[in-house]
Design a protein around this ligand. Structure first.
Ligand SMILES: O=C(O)C(=O)C[C@]1(C(=O)O)C=C[C@@H](O)C=C1
Length: 113
């Protein structure tokens, strides 16, 4: 069973949606910048954890890619990001995961074509 959505509810949407066009472009961009700043920290944190996984897995890096695990984490995220949904989230997370694997391999001096 999929988890209850804890974000993306009507109340959340109202809280971040401009009311009556009163919120200016600059204000919306300021809010996006704030979210992006948090996102960057979370992505950095995630990449560090993913690098740790590569060190302890029997086969790490791109060679040990686990499609089932990737599907499961996207499905778990989808309930929290209903606007994006599973298909779009899968595309986003493929990029996030690949970037993490690349950084981990670079750190370990693995040559990639
Ligand atoms: O969980 C793993 O096995 C990982 O290697 C981590 C991770 C991820 O970044 O979340 C990376 C590659 C795998 O394909 C699946 C997940």
């Amino acid at each position: 069973m999929s988890p209850e959505p804890t974000a993306g509810t009507a109340a959340d949407h109202a809280a971040i949606t401009p009311d009556d066009g009163a919120v200016e472009l600059a204000e919306l961009r300021r809010r996006i910048d704030e979210v992006d700043s948090r996102l960057a920290e979370l992505l950095e944190q995630r990449a560090i954890l993913a690098a740790g996984v590569q060190r302890v897995k029997p086969v790490g890096g791109f060679a040990g890619r686990d499609a089932e695990r990737e599907r499961a984490l996207v499905a778990a995220m989808a309930g929290r990001a209903p606007r994006l949904g599973e298909e779009r989230l899968a595309r986003i997370m493929a990029g996030v995961i690949e970037a993490g694997l690349e950084a981990a391999e670079q750190e370990r001096g693995v040559e990639r074509p």
